[in-house]
Each structure stands twice: as C-alpha cells, then as structure tokens.
Design a protein around this ligand. Structure first.
Ligand code: BMA
Length: 338
C-alpha cells in the first residue's frame, strides 16, 4: 500500500466512524415560525438574523417574502427563543428603492452583530439591485429605527456579517463576492464601516465532486471562542434536480481571521426533515443567526428551511470544536485539492 492509499484509508475510516446526529439537534417543535404565524398576508418566512436583547429575550429579524416575490425584514420577539413570538404588525425594514435604488427587488438574509464599542446592533443584509445582489448595512439600537449606510459591497456579493470588534484597529466584514474564480468567502476591513479595503480571500469553495464545490458562503456571524472564530458556512451542491444547501464548519485565527486553522471535510448538517426537504426551494437549510445560552456553550441556531419556514437546532460549541479537532484539517495541507 502506498503512503497516499494509507492516508485515504485513514480518511475513509474516520468518515465511517463519525457520528453527526449529536452535533446539531433539531427542536421537536420545528418549524418554529411559518407564514401562518404572520399578522399580515405573506408568502413565506425564512433566513432570519438572530440576537439576544438586553432583557434576555430573543429577537429574530426574519426575511419575509410577500406575494409579489419581493422580500422585506420583520422582527419577531420571544422570551424563550422557541415560542410565544410577538411579531411586528407591519414590516420592520422595508426596501426603500427611492433613496436606496439597490433595494429595488427587496432586502434579504440579514445577519446581526451586536457591537459593544458602538452599543448598537449592526445588520448586514442582501439588497437585491438591478445589477444583482449586493451587501447593505444598517445600525440600530432597538430594531424599530435604523440608520442605513446603504450598499457597502457592490453586486454580485452577499452572505455577509461584521465581526463584533475591531481587528488591528479596523472593522472586519466577511462576505461572498462572485468572481471568475468562483464563489468564495472573503474578508475586508474598514476604519468607519463605510469605506472597505484590504480584501483577502478567507475560505475557498472546493472543486470537483465535493459537497462544498464551487459555491460557499458564511452562514451566521462567526462565534468567538478562546480557540478562534468558529464559522458555520453553507456549501451548495448543484445536482440535476436542483441545489442542495448544507452546512460545514471551520475555525479561523482570532487576530487574523483570514487565516483558516481547521476546516471539516464533511458537512455537519443537511436537509433531512420534511420541512427542510420540501418547500418553495427544496433541500435547503440556511442559518443566518444564532444566540448563545447563559452557559456560554449552547448555541441556538436559527435556520431557514426550504425557503419556507424558520427552524431551530441546538449545538454545543465545545462539541463542535472537538469535532473539528478530530475531523478538521489545516488548510495548508490541502494544496493538492486545488
Ligand atoms: C441563496 C440565497 C438564500 C436562499 C438560498 C436557497 O442563494 O438567496 O436566500 O435561501 O439561495 O434558495
């Protein structure tokens, strides 16, 4: 047996003995929010940003698609993050194409970062312009009024979130521009949240038959741990019957988040339940937000299911890191894959 055959065999053994069931546990009440819960007529609700408010309650900023097919954002609040949702009676953040022409076809997929230095929440979202999707940013203290900065990354770009603190004096934004090289995750820096530069490739989609070949994107904002920024990302597999959206895991250096420390080979969560497999877009799990429990370890991951509803899965950060230690690989060892 050659050295590389032996390495392959080790990888196969590892894959065969890995249990994925326990990493992310679906809530038994899933889906936790659907169009039926809405106080006004909509087509669907999915892909929500999430955060904890000062009083400990959970806020979801949901992507709501109306019956024209255009999306706006609407806030839902709950004491326990599971049920008893109080949903704004009207849209919370509507597209304003007069002032922000890039929002002509709606606003989508928000990610929320609470920034202690600003004592505000920074929401980054997709603005759907005539030129394609771009990244827009708005600040808010209460999810009732917003200070809009407009488009900060021109099309074609999406799947963005801000890190909660400056890195080397600059704000850091993860996003997913489409380039001729493919759809990869990039990180860019700014002194003031308006002007962005120092763009760096952060994580590449793989190629060929991989589950995350050709197109990946950040899912919720990164989770800061003592070991690094823990990142859920989605990988898109194109198949003859449509796209399959699944979730993978990677870890990045705390002070240089462009540097990937570990990346898992296999996906850790994919469409299995009926509400994930069937909807307006089949076979999609798409988290845009999480909240952390007071134990500092349990995360509540809120994800859009099949572009139709919002579902919840729970995970332990410690277990995710342990899984990465066992199943992750340092990116530098991957050069043969590229
Ligand atoms: C992506 C985004 C998501 C959507 C997913 C599946 O490109 O637009 O909003 O959930 O496709 O349709």
């Amino acid at each position: 047996m050659t050295k590389s055959d032996a390495a392959n065999e080790t990888v196969l053994m590892k894959l065969a003995s890995t249990s994925y069931e326990s990493l992310l546990l679906r809530h038994s009440g899933n889906p936790i929010l659907t169009a039926k819960d809405w106080p006004y007529t909509i087509n669907s609700v999915f892909n929500a940003g999430a955060t904890l408010l000062a009083d400990g309650s959970t806020l979801l900023l949901c992507r709501v698609e109306d019956r024209r097919g255009l999306s706006h954002l609407c806030a839902a609040r709950s004491r326990n993050g599971v049920d008893g949702w109080e949903i704004d009676r009207e849209p919370t953040l509507m597209p304003s194409p007069k002032e922000y022409p890039e929002e002509i076809w709606g606003v989508e997929d928000p990610r929320i970062t609470f920034v202690p230095e600003l004592q505000q929440y920074v929401v980054t979202y997709t603005s759907y312009s005539r030129g394609g999707p771009g990244v827009s940013l708005a600040l808010t203290k209460d999810f009732r009024s917003f200070e809009r900065y407009g488009v900060i990354m021109p099309p074609d770009d999406k799947d963005s979130a801000l890190l909660p603190r400056r890195i080397d004096g600059c704000w850091a934004l993860i996003h997913r521009p489409m380039t001729t090289l493919g759809a990869h995750m990039w990180i860019s820096y700014s002194p003031d949240l308006r002007y962005w530069g120092r763009h760096r490739l952060m994580l590449e989609a793989r190629r060929g038959a991989w589950w995350d070949a050709n197109k990946i994107g950040l899912s919720p904002p990164p989770i800061e741990t003592s070991r690094g920024w823990l990142v859920f990302y989605h990988g898109v597999r194109h198949t003859p019957s449509g796209c399959l959206y699944r979730l993978g895991l990677a870890l990045f250096d705390l002070e240089n988040p462009a540097k990937c420390l570990l990346r898992g080979d296999s996906w850790i969560f994919g469409p299995e339940a009926d509400y994930e497999r069937h909807g307006d877009v089949n076979d999609v799990v798409f988290p845009c937000g999480y909240t952390m429990d007071p134990d500092g370890d349990t995360i509540n991951l809120y994800y859009g299911a099949a572009d139709c509803s919002i579902a919840l899965a729970r995970a332990s950060v410690g277990s995710l890191l342990t899984w990465l230690d066992t199943n992750g690989c340092c990116e530098r060892r991957r050069d043969q894959d590229r």
